[in-house]
Design a protein around this ligand. Structure first.
Ligand SMILES: NC(=O)c1ccc[n+]([C@@H]2O[C@H](COP(=O)([O-])OP(=O)(O)OC[C@H]3O[C@@H](n4cnc5c(N)ncnc54)[C@H](O)[C@@H]3O)[C@@H](O)[C@H]2O)c1
Length: 256
């Protein structure tokens, strides 16, 4: 039998990226466009994703900037409706929007707990559900949930964050099982510490940077580019038989 070589492209696929104005979301949007996709770039503020859409159009792909507040079901529904009206389908969702409020467990307020869980877990779930309904109806799609190594290991000052990301890892398995019969693959990517606006303030603390580096066998803090290969792979036909899995991009942190 001749070997059919793996296809790592996403040519002419329609992708949505949540939280696409900065960091891993911004990188994902550009990487998907580079690999051939048309991209819906979403953010709480339209002005912040309009330049990202312009960049994607300059790469020769179509782009649609839309507002999205992941803690609002109305906002998610409006974003999905506009996407389907504009592109007619959704092939890929990079469920990326997320926050962290680092603080000791003894001090976590109900308001902070709810804000982290509502964004990272509840918001991510309802984005997956609303997009999942479109994918199920059209007979397939790829969902990539951005979890964290902190969904696998504990971390000081991260009671709500680790709980939310552990939830993302588990949720990824459930959705994968439920939607496999419809041709919808649901996987996760779990990065270690990556240099983005999200972590910039943390790394102003030299002792914290050293502590992080001591935990990464590969000996460096990640760049956004380090995460993009796993996201693209899971979005591509090369990953058609992979579902329910969360790929750690952690420089070996969890291998100790
Ligand atoms: N940077 C890291 O070290 C790291 C490590 C592991 C996981 N992650 C995860 O990667 C994802 C992206 O993080 P990043 O590092 O690129 O940070 P970032 O702060 O640059 O990006 C987060 C994005 O989410 C958006 N967002 C936040 N709350 C939102 C809401 N309620 N509705 C809509 N959008 C919202 C922000 O506007 C921003 O664009 C997050 O889920 C984060 O938990 C980051």
């Amino acid at each position: 039998m001749p070997i059919k070589f793996p296809d790592f492209t996403v040519t002419d696929k329609v992708a949505i990226v949540t939280g696409a104005s900065t960091g891993i979301g911004y990188g994902s949007a550009l990487a998907l466009a580079h690999a051939g996709a048309d991209v819906v770039v979403t953010s709480r503020s339209l002005e912040r994703v309009e330049p990202v859409a312009a960049e994607i159009r300059q790469m020769g792909r179509r782009a649609l900037p839309l507002t999205l507040e992941v803690t609002s079901l109305d906002s998610i529904d409006a974003m999905v409706k506009r996407t389907v009206e504009h592109f007619g389908r959704i092939d890929i969702l990079v469920n990326n929007a997320g926050i962290n409020i680092p603080e000791p467990a003894l001090d976590v307020t109900e308001e902070h707990w709810d804000r982290v869980l509502d964004t990272n877990l509840k918001g991510l779930f309802f984005c997956a559900q609303r997009v999942g309904r479109v994918m199920v109806a059209q007979g397939g799609g790829k969902i990539i949930n951005i979890a964290s190594q902190m969904g696998f290991v504990g971390g000081r000052l991260r009671a709500a964050y680790c709980s939310s990301k552990g939830g993302v890892v588990q949720l990824t398995k459930v959705l994968a099982i439920e939607w496999a019969r419809y041709g919808v693959n649901v996987n996760g990517v779990a990065p270690t510490f990556i240099k983005t606006p999200f972590t910039a303030r943390m790394f102003e603390d030299e002792a914290f940077s050293q502590e992080v580096l001591r935990n990464i066998p590969l000996g460096r803090i990640g760049e956004v580019e380090d995460v993009l290969g796993a996201i693209l792979f899971l979005a591509s036909p090369a990953a058609d038989l992979i579902t329910g899995h969360t790929v750690l991009v952690d420089g070996g942190w969890t291998a100790w």
